[in-house]
Design a protein around this ligand. Structure first.
Ligand SMILES: [Zn+2]
Length: 283
């Protein structure tokens, strides 16, 4: 018995549309929608979680209680078992105030029974797609449907979130390129609508373009030396972000992700002056 509201995609693979989409293949669940109801009465034995952001396992503990073994990647399993780990990580392991924390990071803990790295199943396989989080994975079903979690943002999602959260944008770019090299018929993002192979390639090209655009913006903006705080403000203003504290703290991670990548590639230099961190484009 499939989860309530499941829509057919290909072969045995279907999905339950939601604020977070949830995949389903003959007892295997991939991420959960926000609600528990669709899973009650469904046949389920395994839940694979794409990454450790709480909006992807809202019903995880309930689905586990209904008999599913929970699988997550090693680097994200702790965040699934204790969302507080992610919340603390966002604030350099100090304790942030509630107003600073995105509601997408807050949720019920879900025990993890096995690691994705050690999981093998005829219904689907795991594709490592790091960058949004360190242990982010995609799940490619035997029917050729790729559940890509938050690795790839479709154009429509970029409109609503012009600075997609990423701990490492360069890693994200490599992951979306990897998606483009995979053999699949349908891509189901964590947020958005399923699309075919051709549409997915267009979304991938767009995603890479936007990352490159932000890098070029930073290269230009940091010709004048800027503090970390100024770099965050400049990118946030360019992207038209609000001044909401939770939005700001998501941007802090993402902009630091860009700065760290560009420093690592030798495009920027970093120094401390007057007890503040400063960045400057090299050359
Ligand atoms: Zn996420």
């Amino acid at each position: 018995m499939r989860p309530q509201g499941a829509l057919h995609l290909a072969g045995e693979t279907c999905y339950v549309p939601g604020l977070t989409n949830s995949g389903y293949v003959d007892g295997l669940v991939i991420d959960t929608v926000g609600e528990c109801e669709p899973y009650r009465g469904a046949t389920l034995d395994t839940l694979v979680i794409t990454h450790g952001h709480a909006d992807h396992f809202s019903a995880g503990a309930v689905v586990r209680g209904l008999g599913a073994r929970v699988i997550a990647a090693r680097d994200d399993a702790r965040m699934v078992e204790n969302p507080e780990v992610n919340i603390r990580g966002m604030f350099s392991w100090a304790r942030p105030g509630d107003l600073m924390v995105s509601k997408l990071f807050v949720g019920a803990p879900c025990p993890v029974d096995a690691l994705a790295e050690e999981w093998s199943d005829p219904r689907a396989r795991v594709i490592p797609l790091p960058g949004h989080t360190l242990g982010h994975i995609g799940v490619l079903t035997a029917d050729g449907v790729l559940f890509s979690g938050d690795a790839l943002y479709q154009r429509a999602l970029w409109e609503r979130h012009p600075l997609p959260y990423a701990i490492d944008p360069q890693m994200v770019a490599d992951s979306v390129r990897l998606i483009d090299s995979l053999d699949f018929e349908v891509l189901v993002p964590g947020h958005g609508e399923p699309c075919d192979r051709t549409e997915a390639s267009a979304h991938i090209a767009h995603h890479i373009e936007r990352i490159t655009e932000i890098e070029h913006f930073l290269l230009d903006a940091l010709k004048t030396e800027r503090s970390t705080e100024e770099a965050i403000a400049l990118v946030s203003a360019k992207c038209g972000l609000s001044d909401h504290p939770a939005q700001y703290w998501l941007a802090v991670t993402t902009v630091k992700g860009f700065l760290g990548d560009m420093l690592g590639r030798g495009d920027l230099e970093f120094f401390v002056r007057d007890h503040m961190g400063w960045w400057k484009t090299k050359g």
